[in-house]
Design a binder for this molecule. Structure first.
Ligand SMILES: C[S@@+](CC[C@H](N)C(=O)[O-])C[C@H]1O[C@@H](n2cnc3c(N)ncnc32)[C@H](O)[C@@H]1O
Length: 221
């Protein structure tokens, strides 16, 4: 599915989030930087925006993985243009079956990726396995606003605005309809914190963004 929407993915991301996705990735970067990670894995890296943001961390070595070859190939172009191929490498791998030994990475990031895992807990356990002891996980994902009024506006936004925008800019409306439905179903807030605990993570923090429509979660192995 992501192969089919890869060409317009970045543009639609900017439009749908009103440009806030850039701000959220910067926030991920500032949380990451505090932990001074050297070996970083960006899971579901897509067109590599998070990997590129994290490359600002001095002496870091970043691996981005994704199952969509077309998303990866757009990401590789951006990395080459910014002459960062010595620091970021992209590989076609599945988050639920990672080819890396346990305790390999200081930091794992997943931005708008966990919602697409076939088996959420399996994917998160894999992230936990490849993290070093006390290594950090940072997840950015859609969430459901708790406030009744904001929740009502949010539902209008994802049920009307996203299909409308995708019908104008994308040739694959059904892909965006899937993204909208998966956003409604995905466990958010405390429910997602419980999932992270079950997958072996501790010291979990939640940072709601844009009135709770998106959240950043941090956790340690
Ligand atoms: C919404 S995009 C997010 C891309 C990027 N991280 C960002 O923030 O813009 C979701 C990505 O997850 C990838 N993906 C879905 N399931 C995956 C899996 N099991 N393993 C690796 N990548 C996966 C898709 O191919 C897609 O590129």
């Amino acid at each position: 599915m992501f192969d089919s929407i890869s060409r317009k993915y970045d543009l639609l991301n900017r439009i749908i989030t009103f440009g806030n996705d850039i701000k959220w990735r910067k926030k991920m970067f500032s949380i990451a930087k505090e932990n001074n990670p050297k070996k970083i894995l960006d899971i579901a890296t897509g067109t590599a925006d998070v990997a590129l943001e994290l490359s600002k961390i001095e002496d870091s070595e970043i691996t981005g993985i994704d199952i969509s070859n077309k998303m990866l190939s757009l990401g590789r172009k951006k990395i080459e243009t910014r002459q960062l191929s010595h620091q970021i490498s992209l590989e076609c791998e599945d988050a639920e079956n990672l080819p890396y030994p346990k305790n390999s990475f200081d930091l794992v990031t997943i931005s708008f990726g966990v919602r697409n895992f076939q088996d959420l807990e399996n994917g998160l356990k894999e992230s936990n396995r490849v993290l070093k002891k006390n290594g950090v996980l940072i997840i950015l994902e859609t969430s459901i606003p708790k406030n009744y009024l904001i929740n009502f506006i949010y539902m209008l936004f994802i049920r009307l605005y996203i299909p409308f925008i995708s019908s104008i800019f994308s040739n694959n409306v059904s892909a965006y309809s899937y993204l909208q439905k998966s956003a409604e179903k995905f466990p958010s807030g405390e429910k997602f914190v419980s999932v992270l605990k079950r997958c072996g993570f501790k010291k979990i923090n939640t940072y709601p963004q844009m009135l709770g429509a998106t959240s950043i979660y941090t956790a340690n192995k």
